[in-house]
Design a binder for this molecule. Structure first.
Ligand code: FMN
Length: 191
């Protein structure tokens, strides 16, 4: 049974992307995964500052996140779109995590030997697709991560979910299911 981390790049009360993360956590668990659904609220980090790192090292929250990722084979990330890019909370969190190395493991250990799936939900018609292309670029080119080609993009947030937190649009539901099925499939091969 693969272990999957699920997180959203928003800690806003009522976040659409947290809703997407919750839907992913539920669906993955229904498919048999061992899911760790976390909130980045529990891993608060200062804005990255190289002088701060020199003075105090990598903060404990970033180390805990690295430990968590090392213990899982897959990660689902739901990101808000800000000005056609992805959430600064994710950039800052992954930047800090990228500064943590572990003896005996390759550089950027949290991002290697596991698979990532990306999703986004916005109130607009493009569903965060533009932001996810940039998140993908950072993860693949910057962090050396394996990122699934298909992404769970959810437009028109206000109409996207039914009362049970499931997708109202069958096409959106189908893409979402395909992304999660691939995430499980590839995660199993990482185990
Ligand atoms: C600074 C800022 C920039 C934004 N830029 C975009 C954008 O480029 N495209 C878009 O669809 N929505 C944009 N939005 C709207 C967000 O998609 C919306 O606030 C969304 O609810 C944020 O995600 P969350 O609900 O998970 O917190 C922007 C919001 C903010 C605060």
């Amino acid at each position: 049974m693969p272990k999957i981390v699920v997180l959203a790049g928003s800690v806003r009360a009522g976040s659409w992307n947290e809703k997407l993360a919750a839907a992913a956590a539920r669906a993955l668990a229904e498919k048999g995964a061992d899911v760790s659904h976390i909130s980045l609220k529990d891993y608060a980090l200062p804005l990255y500052d190289a002088d701060l790192q020199t003075r105090s090292g990598v903060p404990d929250a970033a180390k805990r996140l690295v430990d968590l990722f090392l213990d899982h084979q897959g990660v689902f990330v739901a990101s808000p779109e800000y000005n056609a890019s992805f959430a600064p909370l994710l950039k800052n969190t992954f930047d800090w995590m990228s500064r943590e190395n572990r003896e005996g493991l390759p550089p950027l250990p949290a991002f290697k030997r596991r698979v990532f799936a990306l999703g986004a939900v916005t109130s607009g018609a493009m569903g965060g697709y533009r932001g996810l292309t940039q998140l993908r670029q950072m993860m693949e080119l910057g962090l050396g991560a394996l990122v699934l080609p298909q992404m769970a993009v959810v437009p028109n947030a206000a109409e996207a979910f039914d009362e049970g937190g499931r997708f109202a649009n069958p096409r959106t539901a189908g893409v979402f299911d395909a992304v999660l099925t691939s995430l499980l499939d590839v995660s199993e091969r990482m185990a």
